[in-house]
Ligand binder design. Structure first.
Ligand code: GLC
Length: 588
């Protein structure tokens, strides 16, 4: 048979047809190792265009999906859907929460992506907004509002650097931080996530943070574009919230003067992604606002990174998920934080492209922006994370910087001949809901989305710091209930550490932030048995203390200091001076 085929020349033709067919079908399969996009010596634009030219429509669609990691039921979906980015939301930890298990979890997802046809690495994002705070054992820095009180750009840059080191040690390469919102109404549950109500301070500290953060194969995100922080009280679209996810009603001049400069500064600092706020501006959902997302951000400010929507942010546009998606992408959203249903997203995208509702040029534009961010973050050129890098997480060196930040964040609200305290006092009384509570020191976005009340993370409480600071002859009397027996001899000083239980986002919206009746009672109890009393307030925002402050000898704003509570005692006992200043107005 073969001889016959050969003589008639049939075999060679068939052979050519088969090889040609194989070539065209394999064009999408076999990528020569020397493909231009793999060559780190070439420019990012050359590598991006080479890679883009090789991608199928399905692979491009997958790059526009940001998926919450628990939604990936089969890691092979990462390859088959071409998924380009995953996230751990607040508390999105592996079952056993250790740096090592975090690295194993992220590596598993990354390996699935590497096994895809083009081996496009995943972006893996977390909210490491005050250190790699999901991870048990990480250094927990003061939340941004406390850093705003420091106004120390060098310190904030170093915090960005350390945060990058600790997150990249777990394989994570994307931090949804810094928040560059300018807070107006401090009743907002996200006040502590902002640096200040002063846009100049917000700009300077955001740039400093990004400069440190984007130095270690890590990408930052300026959020939440635009005007998040200026919403009107009572305008929330979420029935459980009051102002978070609400409506900003501002004229454009004010919007541009107050809220745009920090984003412009972040763009100048090379931020590769910007997250859209989960709010509306003058009646239009931000995720649907072509003027803000494309005309202003991309065309006027020249932002060439990618725009990512917030959690369910696109769904706010319309109950019709297909219409919401088409509207958001055509408005300028490049990546959608779905965060769950990537299969429906893929179906909707194919429908939109086939119908022309979304153009192929727009798909290429969004894909190009995302690839450019991945290349400029170095994701195509990284080496596997070495296990010893895990040792940097929560290291003494990092905690020392966190302790410095605690010191510099403290703001002296009042002092009548009381501070600094004497390390050789003979008798000190300590009490209060936040005296011995690392969870309250750290606030929300710590291990869990809403934080963890109590001592569930490593660190030093404020009480620990006081004990470590005083002389061995000093008697420290601590009551976790705040109740003390009557006695004749008053203590030299009473220290009462009070404030807020942890919260995050709209769960923290509070019409009248103030001290609890329990804390006020504890203050009374301590005053009754102390010659003088100092009140330390651990909170995510100013609390209304006007009815009581006149009867207090000294008051300190400690904000949310994080894991290194010993930094409080450093200033309380005079090793360091108070240098912090109010980042937002605190009515006294
Ligand atoms: C949240 C927040 C955003 C965060 C994102 C991922 O809802 O609005 O700041 O980065 O979802 O956790």
């Amino acid at each position: 048979m073969n001889i016959i085929l050969l003589r008639r020349g049939i075999l060679p033709v068939a052979f050519i047809i088969v090889i040609t067919g194989l070539f065209f079908s394999m064009r999408h399969i076999a990528i020569p190792f020397h493909a231009l996009y793999r060559d780190a010596s070439l420019t990012i634009d050359v590598r991006v265009e080479d890679l883009l030219s090789r991608m199928t429509t399905n692979e491009k669609i997958g790059q526009l999906a940001l998926v919450e990691k628990n939604s990936i039921t089969d890691t092979s979906d990462i390859s088959s859907y071409g998924i380009g980015a995953l996230l751990s939301g607040g508390g999105g930890n592996p079952i056993q929460n250790t740096p090592k298990t975090w690295l194993a979890m992220v590596n598993d997802f990354q390996h699935a992506a590497q096994n895809s046809r083009l081996s496009i690495p995943l972006l893996y994002g977390v909210d490491a907004i005050h250190g790699h705070s999901n991870v048990l054992g990480a250094t927990i820095f003061p939340h941004a509002l406390g850093l705003g009180a420091t106004k120390d750009t060098d310190l904030v840059r170093r915090i960005g650097e350390i945060t990058a080191q600790e997150i990249s040690a777990t394989g994570v390469n994307w931090n949804f931080s810094p928040t560059v919102d300018v807070v107006d109404d401090t009743r907002w549950g996200r006040t502590y996530e902002t640096f200040s109500s002063n846009p100049i301070i917000v700009s300077e500290l955001s740039v400093a943070y990004l400069t440190g953060l984007q130095s270690e194969f890590v990408m930052g995100t300026a959020k939440h574009y635009l005007g998040t922080g200026a919403m009107a009280w009572g305008s929330s679209t979420n029935p459980d919230f009051k102002i978070d996810q609400g409506a900003t009603l501002l004229d454009e001049t004010t919007m541009r003067a107050t809220h745009l400069p920090p984003f412009a500064a972040a763009i100048d600092a090379g931020v590769n992604s910007i997250m859209v706020g989960h709010i509306s501006w003058n009646g239009v959902e931000l995720s649907a606002n072509h003027y803000l997302l494309t005309d202003v951000l991309k065309n006027e400010l020249g932002f060439d990174g990618f725009v990512v929507s917030d959690w369910n942010g696109v769904d706010e546009i319309s109950s019709d998920k297909y219409l919401a998606m088409v509207t958001a992408i055509n408005a300028g959203v490049d990546m959608i934080m779905l965060p769950f249903d990537y299969k429906t997203f893929t179906t909707h995208m194919k429908r939109a492209l086939d119908s022309g509702a979304i153009s192929r040029e727009r798909l290429d534009d969004a894909t190009r922006r995302i690839l450019r961010a991945k290349f400029s973050t170095g994701l195509f050129d990284t080496e596997p994370v070495e296990d010893e890098e895990l040792l940097t997480i929560g290291s003494p060196k990092h905690r020392t910087v966190a302790r410095e930040a605690v010191r510099k964040s403290m703001v002296l609200l009042k002092d009548v001949n009381t501070l600094p305290l004497n390390k050789n006092f003979s008798h000190i009384v300590v009490a209060g809901s936040s005296a011995n509570n690392l969870g309250r020191q750290s606030g929300g976005w710590t291990i869990e989305w809403q934080g963890v009340d109590g001592n569930w993370i490593p660190g030093t409480t404020i009480l620990d710091g006081i004990k470590n600071a005083v002389s061995e002859n000093t008697k420290i009397e601590y009551s976790d209930t705040g109740f003390f027996s009557a006695r004749n001899e008053r203590a030299d000083i009473g220290i009462v550490i009070v404030g807020e239980a942890p919260y995050a986002e709209g769960a923290g919206d509070n019409e009248h932030p103030e001290l609890s009746t329990e804390d006020l009672q504890i203050i009374k109890n301590v005053k009754a048995i102390s010659k003088k009393t100092v009140i330390i307030i651990v909170s995510g925002r100013p609390l209304d203390i006007r009815p009581y402050v006149d009867s207090w000898d000294a008051v300190i704003a400690a904000w949310l200091p994080g894991s290194e509570g010993n930094g409080i005692a450093d200033v309380l006992f005079g090793d360091y001076l108070f240098t912090g200043t109010l980042p937002v107005n605190w009515p006294l």
